[in-house]
Design a binder for this molecule. Structure first.
Ligand code: PAF
Length: 287
């Protein structure tokens, strides 16, 4: 695996590879890798001749400084996992390499429309602008044929789809299924920060989403089902930022219908934390 920490060196390497006909698959990450990330690497390997992974804990997308400070960093283990998975290139830049203009310099504002004001956007002000800013920089640098991201961050995928349009990027976004632990917990780097008791209870989110799916499939009314699921989370001592069933239009717009919308993919989406826990968990499930 080739390791680059400087943009120029990576640009040079990728330029030469493309001249020789390479197709580039790109997996942007913030490290603390788990099998969810590795499934993206595997998907990229199956479709592209060169797989580039970036590890960069992007400060501009953290609305909570404590979350940034505590974001897990497991760089040596990450490198071993990436080598085993057959990754061709790891890009591991420092903050100054990605933000030579400084973190507080005025930045482009991306017009993500209503996508940015609901769900994660409503609870994490500025988060998606920060995601847009770093993903734009990484795309400009890597210029991949395909970009691989996980459905676990469904709204982020919709934001990046919109970003690709805004910046006229020809890269194709490939959304890969969420990987889960045996008890259903969605794999996430933040799971490393759960203590043993929290880890055991964290599967409640998966159970809640599965409950909604089963009830809706049986024809139960959507609002009653979601209300019952909210109460379940509350009685399991979760503080819920949101628990909704959404429909996603082709153009990425999110709807909050009160009954299933034929022809549109529907998802139950949740963000919650256990009372007293520092770790906020998100998950979603297609209905
Ligand atoms: O999903 C993530 O890990 C990050 O939001 C991303 C896409 C790498 C941008 O920093």
């Amino acid at each position: 695996m080739h390791l680059f920490q400087q943009k120029d060196a990576l640009r040079q390497y990728l330029g030469a590879a493309k001249e020789q006909g390479a197709t580039i698959g790109f997996v942007p990450t913030m490290g603390a890798l788990h099998d969810g990330h590795l499934s993206l690497i595997r998907a990229a390997k199956a479709q592209c001749s060169q797989v580039v992974c970036s590890i960069f804990v992007n400060p501009t997308q953290f609305n909570d400084p404590a979350d940034y400070e505590k974001y897990p960093v497991t760089i040596e283990r990450d490198q071993e996992l990436l080598i085993k998975a057959g990754t061709d290139v790891l890009f591991l830049p420092a903050v100054a390499e990605m933000y030579p203009e400084g973190l507080t310099a005025p930045a482009r504002h991306y017009d993500f429309g209503a996508l940015e004001t609901v769900l994660e956007g409503a609870h994490r002000p500025g988060h998606f602008q920060g995601v847009g800013r770093i993903v734009h920089k990484l795309l400009d640098l890597v210029q991949p044929h395909q970009l691989f991201m996980g459905q676990k961050d469904l709204q982020q995928c919709l934001i990046v789809k919109r970003l690709l349009q805004l910046i006229h990027s020809p890269a194709e976004l490939v959304i890969c299924p969420t990987r889960r632990e045996p008890d259903g917990l969605a794999m996430s780097s933040r799971n490393l920060r759960l203590n043993a008791g929290e880890r055991q209870k964290a599967t409640t989110l998966y159970k809640t989403l599965s409950y909604i799916k089963t009830r809706l499939a049986a024809g139960a009314p959507l609002p009653d089902t979601v209300n019952a699921a909210r109460l379940q989370l509350q009685s399991a001592n979760f503080e819920t930022d949101y628990l909704e069933v959404i429909a996603v239009q082709d153009n990425g717009i999110i709807l909050f219908p009160d009954k299933p919308v034929p022809g549109l993919p529907m998802y139950a989406v949740v963000a919650a934390r256990m009372q007293g826990s520092a770790v906020r968990l998100i998950d979603n499930m297609e209905m």
